[in-house]
Write a protein that binds this ligand. Structure first.
Ligand code: PLP
Length: 279
């Protein structure tokens, strides 16, 4: 089955999907995006993703080209065409095509791109064994709450992690843990789940929000507050959460064991509850 592309209103096989070299997303990173995955073929928390896309677009002064209902219909149409058991939907909205000049061009039309690819979930064994992470200086800009296509710092960080044989890079800004290059980060200390608060230093993850709700429902105390690097180093457990990683225990950070060096009970419980909630 082919992966599907969509450019400005038209579906096509992905390999035929192209945009102009003068698209501002390409030249300036002047755009925003979302990644939505399916469970049982149905887009997961579509409304939350579209709401975040709208927030990101608004922060850049980009008009939303479609209503919530229209986004829903487009994604459903793409999924129908792709026919994968599970899919990963990428939506990108840029300021469109214009002669290169930093200031906004007059009268440009946003470029809307969507790709639908088969989703290959992380191997179960990875979740069961947990992953390694490294910490890195958070050199990103001051509006990490905007899901912007400017991902250079994230790209460099994930590459550094890969070269170190780790799965994720955890960003640290002014001595505090912000998030991962592709995920939010939570620690567990004395039975409490603690994670950085929403704000300009992190992307407010759709998964983060669900995991915190699940923790509260389980009676696990939750703290959304600044986490200092020392707390990360001495946490009982650390786990990542995000659309692609779901709930993923971190068992080593910068070459040192987290807690016992094995996935802990709180992450395991939340991972189980998460699986129940999405299926
Ligand atoms: N933080 C960053 C930097 C991300 O790139 C992502 C996911 O792409 C997340 C957090 C998690 O967000 P979500 O749960 O909405 O996928």
């Amino acid at each position: 089955m082919p992966a599907i592309g969509f450019v400005n209103g038209t579906f096509m096989p992905l390999e035929q999907a192209t945009v102009s070299v003068e698209d501002r997303g390409y030249q300036f990173g002047d755009g925003v995006y979302e990644v939505i995955r399916t469970y049982g073929g149905t887009p997961f928390r579509m409304e939350a993703h579209v709401a975040r896309l709208e927030r990101s677009a608004k922060a850049l002064g980009l008009p939303m080209p479609y209503s919530n209902r229209e986004w829903g219909e487009l994604v459903a149409e793409g999924l129908k065409r792709a026919e994968f058991a599970e899919s990963k939907v990428y939506i990108q909205l840029t300021r469109g095509v214009a002669p290169r000049d930093h200031a906004f061009p007059a009268g440009s039309r946003p470029t809307v791109v969507m790709t639908i690819r088969e989703l290959r979930p992380l191997a179960r064994a990875i979740g069961e064994a947990g992953v390694e992470a490294i910490t890195l200086d958070d050199i990103r800009w001051g509006r990490c709450d905007i899901k912007s296509v400017n991902l250079l710092a994230n790209v460099l960080a994930r590459q550094r992690a890969k070269e170190a044989g780790a799965f994720e890079a955890i960003f640290v800004r002014d001595g505090t843990v912000t998030e991962g290059s592709v995920s939010n980060v939570m620690i567990v200390k004395a039975g409490r789940v603690i994670t950085a608060p929403e704000g300009p230093r992190i992307l407010s993850g759709v998964t983060r929000s669900l995991v915190l709700d699940l923790a509260r429902k389980e009676g696990i105390p939750v703290e959304e507050r600044t986490v200092v690097l020392e707390e990360l180093r001495h946490a009982d457990e650390v786990f990542l959460c995000g659309t692609t990683v779901e709930v993923l225990p971190v068992v080593r950070i910068d070459g040192r064991d987290v807690g016992t060096g094995k996935p802990g009970p709180v992450a395991a419980r939340l991972s189980e509850r998460f699986k129940q909630a999405v299926t």
